[in-house]
Design a protein around this ligand. Structure first.
Ligand SMILES: Cc1cc2nc3c(=O)[nH]c(=O)nc-3n(C[C@H](O)[C@H](O)[C@H](O)COP(=O)(O)OP(=O)(O)OC[C@H]3O[C@@H](n4cnc5c(N)ncnc54)[C@H](O)[C@@H]3O)c2cc1C
Length: 646
């Protein structure tokens, strides 16, 4: 098994991908139909990969746990997708998108991967327009763009506040075409439970049919994990309720290393938590920061009066409002990156200026935009988001400023992959949010959709073919192999355990406890002391979980408590890894803010000399501390600087 070879092609940055494509080995069309590829996940990354590999003629098996590929969590994406088209003639270029993304990620991502992402970004828009994705257009018919945080150009393509939905319908159409042609076999309502390896290579998966409970063996020459992010380790997040880490975690346990797990994104503009009754949080898209202004009262007594219901935002005079992002970061104002905006909100709320009962909310105010542009224009840009806000909070944001607060939203960490998106297990690839590849310590808004589609439509078709070219004589992989038998046995034993354990506590009980520890001690800010406490607390939760978890129902039909039990067991282990990762990184960067390492102004303080690496963790067995392997990051095209948005 290989360790950490990044496999970046030689040559100048701008030529690497072209060189890779020119040198890549190919599989001839008549051989492709004899080669099987499993793709776990039908979001933008997996859906695009399965459709593209099917179109090429490979025999694809596509898996998702929802009842339709179209329900993958990508459908929730609101604000937009970046691409270096420079339609606005405002100075954008491939290099600038690359630069912004590396800088936005606080210089903890690989230059070569990010450059390739910026390079193929323009193809994504062409591909999606050809599919009929209804991107927003200006009056004259040209595609419209808006800005997202951390940049000074307008490069974000969007479809109202439902960009992910429209892009996913495009990918789903492409996938459906292949299903109809017979190149893709679709397994809805199937959950991958294990990776199967034969002679060190990924050769299949064990999946559970969630409707019948049957445990099935599926073989292939290569496996792609495109199973999304792990934000739900915090219990409350903006992710879909079903989003989970299991496929990525089983990959880790089968020998794929897990990278930068502590790099999680906390999104500044979400509807605040209102109590213990919630099971999910709601995002208010970053696009709203194009026109919304963020503020809190300048006087604590005003904040208190609003929190107590004695005053509203409308009672606070203009001079008594603190537009703290505009004050602290005049160059980027309300459009600073997410990590910066989140920490600034926390700082104001911790200082006593929060505007809801819990003291954990700030205002996002559209009155200036409505006065300047008119209500209709604001409605045309964000109408569905305003409607969603009003439905949830019963307040009309056209009149009363929204209340928002940071929440867990995205995970930059994930399965370690090389330039080919291959993990440390040969034949096991990973794409989209499930891998760690492009965003460093902080993702810029509108870059996840770009990455998922880049991986699926434009990168994997080349890199998987290059890998499979050596497999044309292998023949069909048999599911009778002892490795399938062993993996299936492991899965069945775990399911049997859950069904027979006579515990007294629900799965959610443990998930909530885990989420609280993660949010408080491995969330928006972390310290050595807190992380050590978290490790002890999560260990205790893990031990109690295996003694006390109670799963009702049966194994032989739909049982969502059983599904959750397996996922939460994996989240608990992941939580421990995240704390190890956060503890070992003695610096602040992007989404990882260590209280011990900050500038006098309270900004993140990196330590490039000692921590300019990807932390790839190797699984060492049950109850063993994982081993940290370091992939040094080389910056040859970008000069590392202290990030400044002032
Ligand atoms: C509310 C919200 C708004 C967002 N808005 C934006 C935006 O405007 N712009 C942007 O760039 N990004 C946005 N993001 C981020 C972006 O949506 C995601 O990062 C991206 O869609 C992830 O795509 P994916 O294909 O990697 O995974 P997903 O879309 O999460 O798909 C995962 C797939 O894996 C399957 N799966 C998972 N586990 C298993 C298993 N064990 N077995 C079988 N199948 C499995 C699921 O069924 C699903 O099909 C947003 C995120 C949220 C939460």
């Amino acid at each position: 098994m290989q360790e950490l070879f990044d496999n970046i092609p030689e040559g100048p940055l701008a030529d690497k991908w072209t060189k890779f494509k020119a040198d890549a080995k190919l599989v001839n069309p008549s051989n492709r139909r004899n080669i099987d590829v499993i793709v776990v996940g039908t979001g933008l990354a997996g859906g695009a990969a399965a459709a593209s590999l099917g179109e090429m003629g490979f025999n694809v098996k596509s898996f998702c746990f929802q009842d339709s590929p179209r329900r993958a969590h990508s459908i929730a994406a609101q604000g937009g997708i970046n691409a270096a088209k420079n339609y606005q003639n405002d100075g954008d270029s491939t290099y600038r998108l690359f630069y912004d993304t590396v800088k936005g990620g606080d210089y903890r991502s690989r230059e070569a991967n990010v450059y390739r992402l910026a390079e193929v970004s323009a193809n994504i828009i062409d591909q999606c327009v050809a599919q009929g994705v209804p991107f927003a257009r200006e009056y004259g018919g040209l595609l419209d763009n808006r800005s997202f945080g951390g940049v000074q150009v307008q490069r974000t393509f969007y479809a109202k506040g439902q960009t992910g939905q429209q892009l996913l319908i495009g990918a789903y159409q492409a996938l459906s075409r292949q299903i109809h042609k017979g190149t893709v076999t679709m397994y809805n309502r199937h959950e991958m439970m294990e990776v199967v390896k034969i002679d060190g290579k990924a050769r299949g998966i064990i999946a559970r049919n969630l409707i019948t409970g049957a445990v099935e063996r599926h073989a292939a020459h290569a496996v792609v994990i495109a199973s999304g992010g792990y934000g739900n380790v915090y219990f409350l997040s903006t992710n879909a309720m079903g989003s989970n880490v299991t496929a990525a975690w089983k990959s880790y346990k089968s020998g794929a290393h897990f990278a930068n797990s502590c790099f999680v994104q906390i999104h500044p503009t979400c509807i605040p938590v209102t109590g213990d009754h919630q099971s999910k949080l709601t995002l208010m898209s970053e696009s709203l920061r194009n026109d919304g202004r963020i503020w809190v009262p300048k006087k604590k007594e005003d904040a208190k009066a609003i929190a107590n219901g004695e005053k509203t935002a409308l009672d606070i005079a203009e001079d008594d409002r603190d537009y703290y992002l505009e004050r602290r970061y005049p160059a980027f104002g309300n459009l600073v990156p997410r990590d910066v905006a989140s920490r600034a909100s926390k700082e104001r709320c911790d200082a006593g200026y929060g505007v809801n009962k819990a003291g954990q909310a700030v205002f996002l105010d559209f009155s200036a935009a409505i006065n300047r542009l008119g209500k209709e224009a604001v409605e045309a840009r964000y109408g569905n988001l305003f409607q969603m806000y009003e439905k949830i909070t019963a307040e009309n944001p056209y009149v009363m400023p929204m209340k928002i607060y940071p929440a867990i939203h995205y995970t930059m960490g994930g399965v370690w992959v090389d330039y080919n998106l291959q993990t440390t297990v040969p034949g096991l690839f990973s794409a989209g949010e499930a891998n760690f590849s492009d965003h460093g310590a902080n993702r810029l808004g509108a870059s996840a959709l770009m990455q998922g589609l880049a991986d699926g439509y434009f990168v994997l078709p080349y890199t998987i073919s290059n890998y499979l070219a050596d497999d044309i004589s292998t023949g069909e992989i048999s599911t009778d192999h002892a490795s399938f038998e062993q993996s299936e046995k492991n899965v069945k034993e775990r399911l049997d355990f859950f069904m027979s354990n006579k515990g007294s506590k629900t799965v959610d009980h443990f998930h909530k406890r885990l989420g609280k520890v993660m949010w408080e001690k491995c969330g928006m800010s972390r310290s050595k002391e807190g992380l050590e406490e978290a490790l002890a607390e999560i260990k205790a939760i893990r031990e109690e979980f295996w003694k006390e978890v109670k799963v009702p129902g049966v194994q032989t039909s739909l049982n969502q408590e059983l599904e959750k039990a397996g996922r939460v067991a994996d989240f608990i282990e992941l939580g421990e890894l995240m704390c190890h990762d956060a503890l070992s990184r003695e610096e602040s960067c992007g989404g990882h803010f260590r209280e011990e390492h900050q500038t006098p102004e309270g900004e993140a303080l990196r330590n490039d000399k000692e921590y300019s690496y990807v932390a790839a963790w190797k699984y060492k067995g049950e109850n063993e501390t994982p081993e940290l392997l370091k992939e040094d990051l080389k910056f040859e095209n970008i000069e590392l600087k202290q990030r400044s948005y002032k």
